[in-house]
Ligand binder design. Structure first.
Ligand SMILES: Cc1cc2nc3c(=O)[nH]c(=O)nc-3n(C[C@H](O)[C@H](O)[C@H](O)COP(=O)(O)OP(=O)(O)OC[C@H]3O[C@@H](n4cnc5c(N)ncnc54)[C@H](O)[C@@H]3O)c2cc1C
Length: 466
């Protein structure tokens, strides 16, 4: 079957077709999460939209299992498969900037860093994620949160049009007044509806931010989390304050007493006038150990790349996530217990406060999961020794089990692991039936199924109740 697919594409394909024995296949087959390593039968690295159409038509006709890849950062490992086809967009990374209208066109294979570098030439930004080697397509289609979410909204809130290749190989554009059902579903619905070849996006003026970082150690972490949840409820949109619970690195730059100890690592980004931010940042700093605090104005490009080396390609990762309306004291207790038993130095509990501009868009306007629960928690295990897989998976599942009863039902699809397909209806909740209707219209045979899958009507068993 794969041999037939290769044969039919070979004549007209402009990009690269890589089979397991070909030079370059190993590198092309690798994805970011080492836990998701697979061996596709064919990697079709498309040069243009025509290649994508040809690959979709041929794979659809041959009923070939097909994965779509932009940056390859799917935590769940959805952008690869065993034996099937990978449609790889890494040759399609053009960013076309129009500084005058503060807009850009992003090709479907872009990484976040390429967008940042291009838009910063005009001191403009597209709000995206916090690691520059992440792919833009997967991130935007799932929603997209980052340092600028509170100021400018989710990534998907800043898309004005999508062009995609649907399961029948047609090119479809969707925007506010053009295929509106699709425009609604693509903003949070992931890769369910087709392959996006171009995003038309809005940009905003910003070139530098104030960054404050500092550590809080035991016994003060409980008080920090209590302060944070109340403080952020009224904080200005210009402030983003993320907390990671983790072990402090064994770094010379840190006071010796902290190295390897459980800490809360605070990162605060102020996007407004630095002088106006002082009074907010000062209060936050007072919760950190004085000799661990740094405060500086940095360029947007520095901000966007500062975490890149913390999440290397090929390591092993596993995640579970959820929302909280309020971080109650019982939940804080569970988080502290989990921190005390954290299985490795790279593993962390990421806690972020959404709200701001993202919460000002009504729930019905887009398919995106939940805008009303401000606290988003991501349990992220990160290790490299495969012999400790069970310990890391067990730790994540154990803490998730304890936290789950206090979570608001719902989940951000981009923070889900590959074994959570049963949570996909929960991600969309009251929007589930509408998702199925759009899926049925654009992908009736579920060709695009390696994703947080919304089944078409013929395959869906029931409506989501809850
Ligand atoms: C290091 C790291 C940092 C992250 N930071 C953030 C963050 O700050 N904020 C945040 O919101 N998320 C973040 N994430 C999660 C991230 O949003 C998802 O992992 C996302 O899927 C990555 O996109 P990608 O294009 O690299 O994924 P890929 O693995 O390439 O693709 C994932 C899925 O997206 C779909 N897809 C990809 N390209 C297309 C396309 N062109 N058209 C249609 N469907 C497509 C497919 O269903 C595919 O299976 C991070 C992930 C990692 C690994």
């Amino acid at each position: 079957m794969i041999a037939d697919l290769y044969g039919s594409l070979r004549q007209r394909f402009q990009g690269d077709l890589l089979r397991p024995a070909d030079v370059g296949y190993q590198a092309a087959a690798a994805v970011w999460n080492g836990m998701a390593t697979k061996r596709p039968g064919l990697i079709a690295r498309c040069a243009d939209r025509g290649d994508i159409q040809a690959a979709v038509r041929a794979a659809s006709a041959g009923k070939i299992l097909t994965a779509i890849r932009c940056g390859g950062h799917s935590l769940a490992g959805f952008s690869t498969c065993d034996g099937g086809l990978v449609i790889d967009l890494s040759r399609m990374r053009q960013v076309t900037l129009d500084a005058h209208t503060r807009s850009a066109r992003l090709a479907g294979g872009c990484l976040l860093g390429a967008i940042d570098r291009a838009t910063q030439k005009a001191a403009l930004v597209f709000p995206s994620g916090v690691v520059s080697h992440t792919g833009a397509s997967g991130l935007i289609l799932g929603g997209g949160t980052g340092w600028l979410t509170r100021r400018f909204g989710l990534s998907c809130d800043n898309v004005v049009a999508f062009t995609l290749v649907t399961a029948d190989g047609q090119v479809v554009r969707s925007a506010a007044r053009e295929n509106e059902d699709l425009f609604w579903a693509l903003r949070g619905g992931g890769g369910n509806f087709g392959i996006v070849t171009e995003f038309e996006v809005k940009l905003h003026a910003l070139a530098a931010v104030t960054l404050v970082q500092g550590l809080t150690a035991e016994p003060d972490i409980r008080r920090l989390l209590e302060f944070w949840r109340d403080f952020m409820a009224d904080a200005p949109m210009d402030l983003k304050w993320n907390i990671d619970l983790r072990l402090a690195p064994h770094s010379e730059e840190l006071p010796g007493k902290l190295r390897g100890r459980p800490v809360a690592s605070n990162s605060l980004v102020w996007t407004g006038d630095p002088a106006a931010g002082h009074r907010y940042l000062r209060q936050a700093i007072s919760r950190c150990l004085r000799d661990s605090v740094s405060s500086r104005v940095i360029s947007f490009l520095q901000l966007q790349t500062m975490a890149d080396s913390c999440f290397p390609h090929g390591h092993r990762y596993y995640t579970k996530s959820g929302y909280f309306t309020y971080l109650d004291n019982g939940t804080i207790g569970h988080l502290l217990e989990a921190l005390a038993s954290i299985p490795s130095c790279e593993t962390q509990i990421e806690i972020a406060y959404l709200g701001g501009a993202a919460a000002q868009i009504s729930a019905e306007e887009t398919a995106f999961g939940d805008r009303s629960a401000p606290v988003i928690l991501n349990l992220l295990a990160h290790w490299s020794d495969a012999s400790t897989d069970a310990a890391h998976l067990g730790w994540i599942r154990g803490i998730f089990h304890k936290l789950r009863p206090a979570m608001k039902p719902g989940v951000y699809i981009n923070f889900m692991s590959g074994d959570e397909q049963d949570r996909v209806p929960e991600a969309y909740r009251q929007r589930w039936d509408q998702m199925i209707a759009v899926k049925t219209r654009y992908d009736p045979h579920n060709f695009f199924r390696l994703n947080q899958n919304v089944p078409p009507r013929s395959l869906s068993e029931k409506s989501f109740v809850g």
